[in-house]
Ligand binder design. Structure first.
Ligand code: 2AM
Ligand code: CA
Ligand code: CA
Ligand code: CA
Length: 261
């Protein structure tokens, strides 16, 4: 499909741009606080992606993190969810383990997803109904693992107080799991779940540009993605995310429902 080739071409060009800029100097700004950062590279990459999309598809809508173009307020038509740098803090401090995340939704249905690990030059991509791929090699179906057998990617927000859930209900998961990892780039954590490197991802606050591509990757290999209370995603607002195999997600939902408050 042309749209798939266009998206891959764009994401790889954007990645090359980031690799050229990563060791240079750029401004860092705080958005909502010291853990929520943006640089002029994030903005330049979003501009580059927007330009590339609209050159080819002037009627498509773009829902991008840095708000460089007005966001659609419905899911009608074709929408590109774009996160120019997912894991900005990793980009700034680790200089690795960040991704460009792009998902394409047509009339409310996720159809294509792309997560590009820029420094590893590793592209995860998915076409709904036609497979999920890691650098062009098809990913097998996800392994069914319970919490007791799982390595869980987490985020500090799920063991600190938040308004969505009593986090005392989540902390016991850490004790039961084989291990936990906090990578700091939601799209990569979801792609790694689809690829079987880890067994699940849980966060209390993600936006559609963080999870949409990773969600489709996981669903294509037979996994499940929803909110921490088991609802499906709305794609227009901030949400919790619980992702993994069917067994993992059901196990976590049971954990969350059965822990004492
Ligand atoms: P970002 O780097 O694109 O902002 C960090 O644990 C992960 O959560 C990253 O994928 C980060 O994406 C995402 N995230 C979403 N909302 C965030 C926020 N308000 N502050 C920090 N990270 C956020
Ligand atoms: Ca951000
Ligand atoms: Ca992000
Ligand atoms: Ca980002």
């Amino acid at each position: 499909m042309q749209i798939e080739l266009d998206a891959i071409d764009l994401i790889k060009r954007a990645g090359k741009y980031i690799r050229e800029k990563i060791d240079g100097s750029y401004h860092v700004e705080q958005k909502t606080g010291k853990s929520d950062l943006v640089t002029e590279i994030d903005q330049a990459v979003e501009d580059l992606l927007i330009q590339g999309i609209l050159d080819r598809y002037p009627n498509h809508h773009i829902y991008g993190e840095e708000g460089r173009i007005a966001r659609p307020d419905t899911l009608e038509g074709t929408i590109w969810f774009v996160d120019p740098i997912d894991g900005t803090m990793n980009f700034i401090r680790q200089k690795r383990m960040f991704a460009i995340s792009i998902a394409i939704m047509i009339d409310g249905e996720l159809r294509y997803g792309f997560v590009y690990d820029v420094m590893a030059d590793e592209l995860f991509h998915v076409i709904k109904g036609h497979g999920a791929y890691q650098n062009g090699i098809r990913l097998p179906q996800i392994e069914e693992r319970s919490v007791k057998e799982a390595i869980i990617c987490m985020n500090a927000t799920w063991v600190t107080p938040n308004r969505r859930i009593n986090t005392d209900r989540l902390a016991p998961l850490v004790r039961h799991a084989v291990g936990v990892r906090a990578i700091g780039a939601a799209s990569l954590e979801l792609a790694w779940t689809a690829a079987g490197r880890v067994d699940g991802y849980i966060t209390m606050r993600n936006m559609p540009w963080d999870y949409a591509a990773g969600q489709l990757l996981i669903e294509e290999v037979g996994g499940r993605v929803g909110t921490i209370t088991g609802e499906s995603m709305s794609f227009l607002e901030q949400t919790s995310v619980l992702a993994g195999s069917q067994t993992f997600v059901e196990d976590v939902l049971t954990f969350v429902q059965t822990q004492e408050d």
